[in-house]
Every structure is written in C-alpha cells, then in structure tokens.
Design a protein around this ligand. Structure first.
Ligand SMILES: [Fe+2]
Ligand SMILES: [Fe+2]
Length: 245
C-alpha cells in the first residue's frame, strides 16, 4: 500500500506525497506521486504506470475526493510517469494532461486531442485554484522534453527523475536524513540517465535562483532544507552524459 503524507499545508493549499508502496513487486521501480490542491482544484504530478494505478487511486481517495483532480502533469513520456493515463481518463474523461511535445506521443497511452495541453519549451504558468505553479524547463534531464514544477508559495520543486534514488528495501523514510549515505543510491542513476552536462549546468543555475524548501523527486526520498543545496552542488559536480564501461 502506498501511504499519503501531507508535506505542505496552508488551508486548502496542500502538497500530498504518495510514497513507498511496499506491496509492489520488486521488479517494478518504486515511484512517488504528488497531489497539489488549492481552492477545490487539484493537479496530480507524474501519476505513475498502469500497473500501480489501483494503489495510487486508493491512496489518493483516502480523505480526498479524486473527482477534484482535473489536471495531470507529466514531466516526460516514460511509462512509470504516465502510462496510467487511460485509467485516469476512464475515471474522468475531462482531465487535462499537461506535458511538452509528448502531446503527440503520450496519446499512444490514451486520450483525445482536447486532453492534451502542450507546455512550450520555456515553460509556463499552471493555475491550480488561486495558486500559480511554474513549469520549469529541465530538458535532456533525462528526457529531451522534460519539465519540473515549482510552487513559489509552498517553496516546493517537483523534479521528476532528477534527485531520484534507488533505495534498498527497508530504507523507507520519506525524507533524506543522512545526505552522504543517501546520495550513494542516487549516483549510478544520475550518471546513467542524465544526458547532457550543458543541460545539467543550465538546470543547476536555473533552480539555484529559486527559493526551495523541498526538492521532491519521482523516486526515493525528499530533500529538505540544507539538503536541497547539497543535492544541487553534488549534481553540478558529477559526470553525466557518457557511458563508461
Ligand atoms: Fe524517466
Ligand atoms: Fe522515473
């Protein structure tokens, strides 16, 4: 079962993290989904694969009416990000899916022309109730068309696969507690999946200008406080975009 954790709460403006499905099969990479709500409106970030839809849906439905979800944000096109789209659309055919040019690729999973809202290369503002979230360009990290999502009020940056860590079974904490120990589980993932040092440098400069309390990846634990800066510094130094034997 996935558990729901409120990681930010200010009235109806909330960030809920759906994390750590201990009952999933081992061969399936674990994912985090995030739900952002404000004033009766809700957006689900990287809702996950079709295989885990029942776990995500039942976790979301714990104390929350899933009919309020009218937008899905897909950081990129991967199956662990958005292959559950057909099931979400079966539940509510009016849901809009926001992503980059994958609006012509993602329909291979599901959807009609009006389902998809393309995000331009430079990003855009996404309204959720009275809040204004910002789609932040993260192209080539790792997908060639890739976005993160920043909430300036909550000071939370959702970073998709950036910051991801493949944690060993039993390491189920929601937050990073020991950065040096944690980052060992992120190292091989970033070296393999992040495609460009130039893109990495651009991203580090871009997000360093943001005021971030929490950096929330799609896999592994959430970075808080000083660990956000530690992660950006670590990421800025490692070698990416090359496969070494
Ligand atoms: Fe991915
Ligand atoms: Fe992923």
């Amino acid at each position: 079962m996935k558990k729901v954790h409120a990681i930010f709460e200010d009235g109806d403006h909330k960030w809920l993290a759906l994390a750590r499905d201990t009952s999933r099969p081992e061969f399936l990479i674990d994912t985090n989904e995030y739900l952002v709500t404000s004033d009766g409106d809700a957006i689900l970030l990287d809702p996950g694969g079709s295989e885990i839809f029942p776990a995500v849906f039942s976790a979301v439905s714990t104390g929350f009416d899933p009919r309020r979800i009218n937008k899905i944000f897909a950081s990129h096109q991967d199956p662990d990000v958005i292959s559950s789209l057909s099931m979400w659309l079966e539940f509510n055919s009016g849901i809009k899916c926001l992503s980059w040019l994958w609006q012509s690729f993602v329909p291979h999973f599901a959807g009609q022309a009006e389902t998809f809202v393309p995000i331009p290369d430079n990003g855009m503002e996404i309204a959720v109730g009275s809040r204004r979230l910002q789609a932040v360009p993260a192209h080539y990290l790792h997908s060639s068309g890739n976005f993160h999502l920043y909430d300036p009020k909550a000071k939370i940056l959702f970073t998709g696969d950036v910051g991801a860590a493949l944690l060993p079974a039993g390491d189920g904490g929601l937050y990073v507690e020991d950065f040096d120990r944690h980052i060992r589980h992120a190292d091989a993932f970033h070296r393999r999946w992040m495609g460009s040092e130039k893109a990495r440098n651009d991203w580090c400069a871009r997000v360093s200008a943001l005021d971030i309390d929490m950096l929330c990846p799609q896999h592994g634990a959430i970075y808080r406080g000083a660990d956000v800066r530690r992660f950006i510094d670590w990421f800025s130094r490692i070698e990416v975009g090359i496969l070494k034997p």
